[in-house]
Design a protein around this ligand. Sequence first.
Ligand code: NAD
Ligand code: UGA
Length: 453
Amino acid sequence: MKVEKICCIGAGYVGGPTMAVIALKWPEINVTVVDIDDDKIDMWNSDDLSQIPVYEPGLKDIIKQTRNKNLFFSKNIEKAIDESQMIFMAVNTPTKQTGKGAGMASDLTYIENSARTIASFANSHKIVIEKSTLPVRTAEKIKEILSESKNKFTFEVLSNPEFLAEGTAIQDLFKSDRVLIGGESTKTGQEAVQSLVEIYERWIPKTKILTVNVWSAELSKLASNAMLAQRISSINALSALCEVTGAKIDEVSNAIGYDHRIGDKFLKASPGFGGSCFKKDILNLVYLCQFYGLDEVAEFWLHVVKINDFQRERLAKKIDNYVSANNLNKEVGVLGWAFKKDTNDSRESSSIHITYSLLEKGYKVNIYDPKVSKNRIMEDINEVRNFKKTINPDSIIDNIIIHNSIKDLENSSLVLIVLTEWDEFKDLNKSKEDKIIFDFRNILEEKENIYRL
Ligand code: NAD
Ligand code: UGA
């Protein structure tokens, strides 16, 4: 099949950057990214490139080169589906909030709605690609929805999960460790796989493009995230043991990482992993294991999340114990709201949970982040407040001050807590010695007034 037009449903952290890179590599293909969120599309089309909704190093440059040439952000979903031969689905798949599997399983409403939209507007054969992270065997459900299409056109469903990490998305897309494509073994299934392989082959070496069956592709994505998160929980669990024994977690993780069978990546102790995916993907995996009666396997993976929660609460308590023991005012400065550096994304950030825990303990909290907006920070806190149905919620909100610069924040509090590893926080090493700094990212050198993990 000659691909001339590609559509992507979902203009978020995955849809935006992945389609921008495809458009850059394929000037002869028109790529249209659509979304039900009109404001988001307007932001992607903003003349002021600092207003595009995703902050990623290198993204603005690509948008500048491709937007309105062969990359389009559009509200006209019907037209984009109608015209495209290949349709990516990169919509959100959060944890279900109600119904069967609530709190564990993936909410597939958005993906199913996307499939329904494709079924309604398709006017020819389409290759439909799962880009979102999905439970194994979702393709079956998507095929079922597409087969109800009134038009009776044919569809091939592929699984092509995305492995980019935020903050390094463009670099990851340019030099992917691997591209995974799952398709059916039928002739038409393999033809569809080949069409997608050809797209990636332009910049990814053939040896890194793995073609597998659909279920393996779907499950490999959940498994990859679970393995990565498991390493972080392993090292964070050991950080608690280091603290009581006098061992240093960075030295331990360095020593472990020297073993080439283990490797040195993803062994950095932290205030717990954040981001929109690790927790939801592990819970989804746990749900799948329970569904298939594999209770011991479910329990194993659930502990990765439990240790993450433990680490956050442990560190909030550590601050509180220090403040009480030294008779200090219950006021702290939180440095960093994003779940990691170089992104404006704060979904599931440990900063939210540690801050909320301190607010509940009666603290006044000053907050600064270079990229996360004040509105987003307040929305994050309000979401927890609503979820926990906090008694006397106003006292919580009254105790938050969001600052515009690191200097303002430094002046506001005696006790500072580094929760995101932004490069600009490394200068705190030079700050006044009368500050007490808890560096939960281990980016500062140890000093008398600086406590690392
Ligand atoms: P996101 O929330 O940033 O973007 C999803 C977008 O889809 C939203 O803008 C939403 O409005 C839109 N949408 C939802 N339903 C729609 C519909 N029916 N029609 C049109 N638009 C619709 O989410 P994201 O971070 O880009 O993640 C998307 C998927 O990719 C998830 O499954 C996630 O697990 C996976 N993933 C995310 C990352 C990441 O770094 N964020 C990396 C790899 C995989
Ligand atoms: C992660 C995976 O790395 C991607 O491969 C995957 O595509 C993506 O999830 C997804 O499916 O959404 P992301 O969450 O963007 O990417 O960022 P990571 O670099 O994995 O960091 C996740 C969290 O773990 C951050 O809070 C980070 O600070 C923390 N982390 C990471 C540690 O605490 N220690 C480490 O050693 C590494």
